[in-house]
Structure formats: C-alpha cells, structure tokens
Design a protein around this ligand. Structure first.
Ligand code: AMP
Length: 281
C-alpha cells in the first residue's frame, strides 16, 4: 500500500491508475482513528472500485476554536494497517500546509444547508468540511467517494456541493455501524468515561424508539420528537443539542415524516458531543 503525502503524488497516483491501468478509483475521506465504521466504508469502496485511496487528515478548518482539534486521536500506524487489511491501495496523509498552503483564502460555502443541524451548533464546521472534501475530490478525481450515514447532515451538504460544483464523483452513503449495544461507532467514543459510555446509549435508544414509532404508523413530528425527548429525560446528565426531523436533502424541518425523512439527534455526554440518526422507512 502506498503512502501519499502531497496533492501532486495523489493526483499522479490517481491518473496513473485510471489512465494507464483503466482502474476505477474510490476515495474514503477520514480523519483517522479508524474504527469498524471506517472499515465498512473502505470495504464498500473496495467492493465497487478497482483501487481505493483512504485519506487521513484531521482537518483544522472544521473544528471550532474551543473544540478538540489539538487532542483529536491520531493513530496513524494502526490506521494504515486497518486500511490495508480492508483493501485500500493507498493512504493519502498530507501535512496541514499541503492542503492549506500559506495564505490560503479559498473556502467552499454551501449556503443555507451549512448552517443547519451541526452547522447551527458548530459555526464554520460545514464550511471546513466542504472545503476539505472539495480539495480531496479535485485532487483524487475519484469515480466514487464513500461517506457514512452517521454524519447525515454532512452527506446533505456534500451532495449539494458536488451537484453545484459539477464534480464528477458519485457520492455513496454507507449504513451506520454500531456497537453490539447500539451505540454508533465514533472516534470520539474514546473520550467517554465508563459512566458516560452507559449514558451515551440514550442517543441510539431515542433513534430506535422513533424508528419503531414511525414504522408503526406515527408520522407526526411533534409526537415523534416528544417521544425522543422523553428517552433523554431519563438521563439528566446528557445535554440535548438538537432533536429534529428534517428533509434529508434540504435539512429543513418537516411536520409530517415521510419515507426518507431524516431523524437526527446530537447531544453532549459530559463534554463529548455525539450524534446519531435514522432515515425513516
Ligand atoms: P471521520 O473520520 O469521523 O471524519 O469519519 C470519516 C467517515 O466515516 C465519514 O464519512 C463518517 O460518516 C464515517 N463514519 C464515522 N462513523 C461511522 C459509523 N459508525 N458508521 C459508518 N460510517 C461512519
């Protein structure tokens, strides 16, 4: 497996694979600290593309000033081993100055969408995400790029961006991978104390509760959100950031849930912010 450090190396690798060898290219963007959720994206990419490049880059522009950029887990050697074992042909791990050269002044802003859900509570977050993913798509020129439904609002922002910038990559969304007890895998789960780990289950419980209610025919947003809030009432140590039912494409609230409606929650467990969601059937 090749380790690529510069945009020029990534572009050269991708063009060689496609032009000289006729291979299709899959890109899996990550911030490292890879877990089984990331592994599922790499596997999906390897199943549908001839060559897979995993990017590992803790993107400073998507973190707020008081967020965890400095302490975000960095486990490069283990990440490379996992990427290789799941079928990646290359890892792209640039230095910050490689993606943000001195004086960098160009950002991608997906208006409207970028300020909803996580974008409302984390100002600038989706601007950073859209900017870095645009850079990766432009550099790697993949046929497909793989993202987790875990970050459902991010998917909405990136789909809009790819459509608006007329980028050629197909966005592929993979299901949420969960622990046996339901907790959605996240690199930030590493921050949880044992007590917080137990409290964190409230998110997936709320998600499953709403899924079950919707499946049994309850479609009124107000009723579904009240039920989810009641699940959180049992855990006063958790602070809800948002609980919403929105159109997955626009992230605008809906009054009546329909097939494809996004139910999403974000909450602070101690100082760790966790998210979870379901696309209603
Ligand atoms: P991150 O490294 O947190 O930026 O995540 C990189 C990619 O992995 C994103 O597309 C995430 O949505 C995806 N991902 C993170 N956690 C999970 C999970 N539990 N299941 C599926 N995909 C995930």
């Amino acid at each position: 497996m090749e380790i690529l450090r510069t945009v020029a190396e990534l572009r050269q690798w991708s063009r060689k694979e496609r032009n000289r060898s006729g291979h299709t290219i899959g890109l899996v963007p990550t911030m490292g600290a890879l877990h089984a959720g990331h592994a599922s994206l790499i596997r999906a990419a390897a199943a549908s593309c001839d060559r897979v490049v995993v990017s590992i880059f803790v993107n400073p522009t998507q973190f707020g000033p008081n967020e965890d950029y400095a302490v975000y887990p960095r486990t490069f050697d283990a990440d490379c081993a996992l990427a290789q074992s799941e079928g990646a042909s290359a890892v792209f791990a640039p230095a910050v100055e490689e993606l943000y050269p001195a004086g960098a002044a160009t950002f991608v802003e997906v208006e409207g969408l970028s300020h909803r859900l996580d974008g409302a509570s984390r100002p600038g977050h989706f601007r950073g995400v859209a900017t870095v993913v645009a850079k990766l798509l432009i550099a790697a020129e993949p046929d497909r790029a793989f993202f987790g439904q875990k970050d459902a609002a991010q998917v909405a922002v990136l789909r809009r961006m790819v459509a608006d910038l007329r980028l050629s990559a197909e966005i592929v969304v993979c299901p949420i991978v969960r622990e046996r007890d339901g907790l959605a895998l996240s690199s930030r789960n590493l921050y949880l104390s044992p007590a917080e780990r137990a409290q964190a289950l409230t998110l997936s419980r709320a998600v499953h509760l709403v899924e079950d209610l919707a499946a049994s025919g309850e479609r009124r947003t107000a009723t579904l959100i009240t039920a989810a809030r009641q699940a959180f009432a049992a855990e006063p140590a958790i602070r809800i950031d948002y609980i919403v039912l929105v159109d997955w494409a626009t992230l605008e609230p809906v009054e009546i849930a329909a097939p494809g409606t996004l139910f999403a929650v974000a909450a602070y467990v101690g100082s760790t912010r966790l998210i979870d969601n379901a696309i209603l059937g």
